[in-house]
Design a protein around this ligand. Sequence first.
Ligand code: TGC
Ligand code: FAD
Length: 396
Amino acid sequence: MATPLRPKAENPRDFLATDSLLSDEEVMLRDTVRSYVSKEILPEVGAWFDAGTFPYKEVSKTLGDMGLLGMHLEGYGCSGSSAMMYGLACTELEAGDSGLRSFMSVQGSLAMFPIWAYGSEEQKQEWLPRMAAGEAIGCFGLTEPDSGSDPSSMRTNAKQQPNGDWILNGTKMWITNGSIADVAVVWAQTDEGIRGFVVPTDVEGFSAPKIERKVSLRASVTSELIFEDVRLPADAVLPGVASMRGPLSCLNEARFGILFGVVGAARACYESALDYANERVQFGGPISRFQLTQQRLVDFMTAVQQGTLVAYHLGRLKDQGQLGPAQVSFGKRQNTRMAIEVAREARSVLGANGITTEYPVIRHMTNLESVYTYEGTNEIHTLIMGQAITGHSAFS
Ligand code: TGC
Ligand code: FAD
């Protein structure tokens, strides 16, 4: 039988059949999260974004019930899933909204991970089961008003008193989940180096004003954390680490989630542009028949497929215990750049409709501006990789 002259790809949404690289269990988890996002997030998230809010208690409980919070950790109510499964969940959540993936990343990788990796048995028992169930929300305080890319210059400090208590003073800035958190993992200078503290947010002297007027990640809460002579018991400190290695190791976990997540945002933009181009009629037919439109759609599809392959490869390396921090930087930097470029160009395929939140693309586009900056800016990841390939540090 003759081959059709103009075959359409069997699946234009997965052109290289990257699903064939996943196990049945991985596909099942991926489809479950995709279905949740499609039914419960996509119909609402545009309005949440417009209003600058989201129903965090409900979302937290549902993600907990689905076993997604701290899913890559073992024990204490966590599901003990593979890194690949964690990454796939991030992709699907971020196809809904980067704010949703941020919520999950901060909870699992930035708040639960340090308690799990460096906490005492009591700290783990007190917080991890409730956080895994979505009944307690966590945040991670590293960045400060004058200390962003260079967190080791932080001024927040904790001084141990003769009776063993700690007194914490300082200000953290740009903290995801800050004003909705039940517990904050806070990094501070001490006489013994940089230490992490587990701070219940109902403690006296703590406040967390919400940062307003964001045009990015509007369906996510971002806050300042202020500590004014906050008194903490001796056992509030994370006993397992006393250096920048503590917070930086948490970033490896969250950056890994991002390199998967942004592929979901890019895919959502590509699919929105493809659907729109097939439906929108100008000059007597769909705009998808124009060569210039096809070039853009093919570029989006290629970029998303390449990003998927990078993510899957790094996911497999992580599950084999072979993934280094500079390789995580490769994925965070490359996939975030890819996603932001796809989003910006996809926005223009939708013409004027593309500037409204009736369609998801501009929401993803503005969200990705935050993702480009947080968890290490594009430039910081460039320098991490530059150091890895030359042996020279160019940070200062
Ligand atoms: P440096 O002197 O190189 O190292 C200090 C210590 O840390 C160790 N180390 C690491 N350990 C684990 N993982 C890594 N990636 C590590 N990188 C370094 C290192 O071995 C050393 O250990 P030790 O035991 O000898 O003390 O560190 P530095 O202070 O010069 O920092 C280097 C630099 C610039 C790469 C680092 O500061 C950096 O990554 N800056 C970017 C800051 C950043 O990414 N902030 C993110 C804040 S959290 C956030 O954005 C959350 S967004 C949440 C959301 O998803 O909504
Ligand atoms: P700066 O460090 O001041 O950088 C400004 C510019 O200078 C950037 O382009 C940067 O790349 C460039 N630059 C800096 N140093 C160098 C250099 N050595 N070489 C070349 N260029 C350089 N932080 C937390 O701790 N917890 C959170 O939950 C959290 N959530 C966030 C949520 C949102 C929505 C946002 C936007 C940020 C969040 N952050 C959080 C903070 C985030 O990690 C920082 O914004 C980020 O690390 C960059 O710091 P900065 O904004 O102070 O920029």
